[in-house]
Design a protein. Structure first.
Length: 357
């Protein structure tokens, strides 16, 4: 039993290696870590056997206790990406075996930008939570705020403020893959784009932090308040990043190391750290294109009455849709009967399901 599971893992890893070796130089290695979510990590697995790049294995050997956070960060990123895009033509579908984002990781589009940002943010989030939970020796709560605050306004910092510095540092170290000596020719354009968007993802954690307070004082009078900074739930980070995605900026190939906006009228406006940048226009994701790794929207469920992206018109790209009637049976009109059981009726409803042609 033990033997066969380690064999299937080996098989899985070699498949992963095969997939990644066919990717352009920019992304080879650095994304193997997604595989961690499916391998099932424990410190006992040993860093050498995990799907990591050489640099990441090195980090892993020195800090094996961080593996659980890496796996959690990857899980957060992937699942939030799916949630944010569940109604869109590109729905952030990932391949399960081996785990990955396919072509979108290297296409240089807005979707590439989102993937890099959310994965980098996921890692900051998971590591920071682990710091605050007291699971780490390198980091804990933010102590820089100390006992300061505003006594006149009746509040002071206290409790455990999330310290994102360590998580941010770790996310950079784990994901960023930039060679020390960046050349000025175009070869590493995609690399620089990805790095920028990963950083935008990390910034999102800082931007969505909020302050929570608790009241003290006689009979809840709130004479004194203790406040602390917390990172937002990851869903909030996800929708923040989705907004950034909608407002992504197309850039031109770098001439002198810096990216410039493609839009003529806005060339002079500098690109901020929080903005997503992309090089290539996205395909419309309507029709299956194996060469581009696009699944198309055929067979996707759509909403006939919605005017949004999940509406049949937009999602099906005007091709029309099929309607099926699905019988749905559930317990209903449940009554509590004295004493002690619940009696329900069986209710049947017929629902129309629409799927894209
Ligand atoms: C902290 O460590 C405990 C025990 O290893 C684990 O169960 C928990 O999930 C960790 N918490 C975080 C936020 O990483
Ligand atoms: C960076 O690369 C250039 C050209 O490839 C080379 O001339 C230069 O010495 C390198 N600098 C460092 C610090 O490695
Ligand atoms: C995402 O799209 C693909 C391709 O159209 C489809 O197979 C998959 O079921 C979709 N996933 C979800 C969660 O809707
Ligand atoms: C379809 O869209 C309408 C309008 O946006 C919404 O009220 C309804 O709940 C949606 N139906 C489903 C099944 O999602």
């Amino acid at each position: 039993m033990e033997k066969s599971s380690s064999w299937s893992r080996l098989l899985h890893l070699s498949f992963l290696a095969l997939l990644l070796s066919s990717q352009p130089l920019c992304c080879r290695g650095s994304w193997m870590w997604l595989g961690i979510t499916s391998v099932g990590v424990s410190e006992k697995t040993g860093c050498a056997n995990l799907p990591l790049s050489a640099k990441q294995k090195d980090v892993c050997r020195r800090k094996p206790y961080l593996l659980a956070s890496v796996a959690e960060g990857a899980r957060l990123g992937v699942s939030e990406c799916r949630t944010q895009f569940r109604h869109e033509r590109w729905n952030c579908s990932t391949t399960r075996e081996p785990p990955g984002f396919g072509n979108e990781l290297t296409s240089g589009t807005k979707e590439t930008a989102f993937i890099y940002a959310i994965m980098a943010a996921g890692l900051v989030h998971a590591v920071t939570r682990s710091c605050s939970a007291g699971n780490m020796t390198e980091c804990s709560c933010d102590t820089t705020l100390g006992g300061s605050g505003s006594p006149t306004e009746g509040w002071h910092w206290g409790g455990c403020s999330d310290d994102i510095a360590y998580g941010t540092w770790f996310s950079r170290r784990f994901i960023d893959n930039m060679p020390k000596n960046v050349s000025t020719n175009g070869d590493d354009t995609l690399l620089v784009m990805n790095q920028h968007n990963s950083e935008a993802g990390r910034q999102a954690i800082a931007k969505t932090m909020s302050t929570d307070c608790r009241c003290h004082g006689v009979s809840g009078s709130c004479a004194v308040k203790t406040c602390w900074r917390t990172i937002a739930p990851f869903e909030r980070v996800g929708s923040y990043l989705k907004e950034r995605y909608e407002n992504s900026v197309q850039v031109m190939d770098r001439s002198k190391r810096k990216f410039r906006r493609k839009e003529k009228e806005q060339r002079r406006t500098p690109i901020s750290r929080e903005e997503f940048i992309f090089l290539n226009k996205s395909p419309n994701y309507c029709l299956e294109d194996r060469r581009l790794g696009v699944a198309g929207t055929r067979g996707r469920r759509c909403n006939r009455t919605s005017a949004g992206p999940d509406g049949c018109n937009l999602l099906c790209c005007g091709r029309g849709y099929n309607t099926h009637v699905v019988r749905h049976v559930e317990r209903c009109e449940c009554k509590f009967v004295w004493c002690c059981y619940v009696r329900c009726r069986r209710c049947e409803t017929m629902n129309d399901i629409h799927t894209c042609k």
